[in-house]
Design a protein. Structure first.
Length: 320
């Protein structure tokens, strides 16, 4: 019960910390005149991955590579199958393929990069720097194309920045919100890792399974919140764009930072099973965007069933 309490408290603090950090950062961006485009692309698109970043970095530093990698892989799978599945059931997601095509291509590329790098059994510091280079190229490419107006996804990232309201009005409130967010994220990470590792040991489960499931879903709560709100408001492009932006940053940014701090051995389960599911989910949403240009309720149901099948098969074949 104590371990479960640690886990739940950690998830709550991570969620609250992520929300506070995003709102504080958006308020600071508004005060210094950063464009809504850049705010949506960087602060919201990547800020929702703050819990994953803190947890994976913390796990890497404390020599828990299974959780560090499992968190990234599990979050990306859950973002597509679970979050987009829920959003599509709420409202069919009609998207602008031209606006999201670039991000879909980069998400698939990032997934392929992970598969290639994991082939050697370890994500090392050189791999980390390669991931950073790809992330930098993506950011420059995204900002330049959207700033020039050559693709309509600029409106998607602007809308992402507008999905969040109730930003702090004063400079003091802005600073306090950022500090509080960081403190909550760090505290939540410590509690979550403590509870997750203890639960894994108690039930005889591997740390990789805990990282791929409980930790991954828990750290994806900010993405779930923003995407569901966007779906309810009819902003399908924001819901889909938020998920893809998060998945890109998870692999290129979070995995890069974690592996640079400490080389990460890839668990056998991820090598044999999860990385292929990761690639399959990226290709699936890529297929949706390039063909039907929408995710229907039926397809949303298929995504959710796919997530349940992933969890079930993972536990059945890799229970330890």
């Amino acid at each position: 019960m104590i371990d479960i309490a640690y886990l739940l408290a950690g998830l709550a603090l991570l969620t609250a910390g992520g929300e506070a950090l995003i709102r504080g950062a958006l308020s600071a961006a508004n005060r210094i005149g950063i464009s809504p485009l850049l705010s949506g692309l960087l602060i919201v698109g990547f800020g929702t991955s703050a819990p994953e970043l803190v947890v994976s970095v913390d796990a890497a530093i404390n020599h828990k590579p299974d959780i560090a990698i499992g968190n990234v892989v599990g979050s990306n799978i859950g973002n597509v199958l679970l979050i987009l599945g829920i959003c599509a059931l709420i409202r069919p997601l009609d998207v602008s393929p031209l606006g999201l095509r670039r991000d879909a291509v980069v998400m698939v590329t990032a997934s392929l990069l992970f598969v290639v790098m994991a082939f050697n059994g370890t994500i090392g510091r050189i791999d980390a720097m390669v991931l950073w280079v790809f992330l930098l190229i993506y950011l420059v490419w995204a900002y330049q194309t959207e700033k020039s107006g050559s693709v309509p996804s600029a409106e998607v990232h602007k809308a992402e920045a507008e999905e969040l309201s109730a930003l702090p009005a004063s400079a003091l409130g802005t600073g306090a919100m950022v500090v509080i967010g960081l403190v909550l994220l760090i505290a939540g990470s410590r509690l979550l890792l403590t509870g997750a590792v203890s639960l894994a040991e108690h039930f005889g489960l591997s740390q990789a399974i805990i990282g791929l499931t409980l930790v991954a879903v828990g750290t994806s709560l900010p993405e779930l919140s923003i995407s569901v709100i966007a779906a309810i408001r009819g902003h399908a492009d924001v819901a889909v764009g938020n998920v893809m932006g998060s998945n890109i940053f998870n692999v290129l940014g979070i995995l890069g930072v974690s592996a640079f701090l400490h080389p990460l051995p890839v668990p056998a389960r991820i090598l044999h099973f999860d990385q292929w599911f990761l690639l399959a989910t990226a290709l699936l949403i890529f297929f949706f965007l390039y063909t039907s240009q929408r995710v229907t309720r039926l397809e949303g149901g298929v995504l959710l069933i796919g997530y349940l099948a992933y969890l079930g098969s993972g536990f059945f074949f890799f229970s330890n």
